[in-house]
Design a protein around this ligand. Sequence first.
Ligand SMILES: [Zn+2]
Ligand SMILES: [Zn+2]
Length: 378
Amino acid sequence: MSSQTIPNLMRAAVLRDVSRGFAVEEIRTPRPKEGEILIQVSACGMCHSDLHVLGGAISFPTPCVLGHEVAGVVVEIGPHNEHTTLKVGDRVAGAFLMPCGQCESCAAGRDDLCSNFFSLNRLKGQLYDGNTRLFSRDGEPIWMYSMGGLAEYCVIPTTSAAKLPDGVDPVAGAILGCAAMTAYGAVRRGADLRHGEDVAVVATGGVGSNVIQIARAFGARRVIAIDISDEKLTDAMGLGATHAVNSATTDVREAVFDITEGRGVDVAFEVLGRPETWLTALDALRDGGRMVPIGLGAGIQKAEVEINRTVRRSQSIIGSYGARTRLDLPEVVRMAASGVIDYRHIVSRRFSLDEVAEGYDLLHHGKIRGRAVVDLSL
Ligand SMILES: [Zn+2]
Ligand SMILES: [Zn+2]
């Protein structure tokens, strides 16, 4: 596609005020700068962590465009992209965690700790030149949460996009850049999961469903899904969980220790970011076990940890945020392409851009199984 076919204006779900929620507006179509690409968005996933921004629990500058897991087609390659293999017309997935590629953490391969991502994008809604790419028709800046994917077009740093092979669904594939990549990072990097280990997954929504599949792929022996929804637990069993425990009706520690012959699990993933789910995960652990929290809390939240059990039983708590995007996103895409990750069945609902508020409302009320996406073709 040549640049002439890129329209000057596009539709985007703009959040101007958390008390009023989203409004679809026509704003200027962004253009890529150095080391960036422009994609026409096929779909954008709806993530639980967006709810913290929408609800005001995590502050973010407004007006802004949210949406941090996308798939789409490359329509323009910005300057100084000599080393990218991406071409106009390629289909790509974009990762929420966009490494600058130049800070000390990025130099060490720790994309997940990129200091510029946190200080510029997560705090100010900017890219790495200290500007946004989004502007209203009048030229007012609109801040970007990651790439600002709830729109017809978005700019992504080339570090954070991976080519989707033919055969990967370009709509359901949107969930690879957060739900699947976060799960991969937790299993591969956070837990460093080993073949034969027993695993518990506390909260089996979009990310948890991927943790289950990836843990199985890494050779987990038992994968115990823990949730308060029987529907979600049924889905979890379909994705490879070996056991399901409803924490609303069952004593989790007793059930997990029963299943594991009195030992507890080697690794407990906590995917919701709530004090009570932290305790559930810690309660499932065996001696020497690792608890890997992935879920973001609603602002500053604290969970109680039993000091003596942690010390005497040599248990670890290993936080895991995203993954090492440049290495791990392409691997996640390969796992999806080869069928190791069943991303298609995780996507249970598709909303149009105009229905975005309704979709997040359902997510807020726990009514979304797996993951919902905004499908820009609707
Ligand atoms: Zn997310
Ligand atoms: Zn960096």
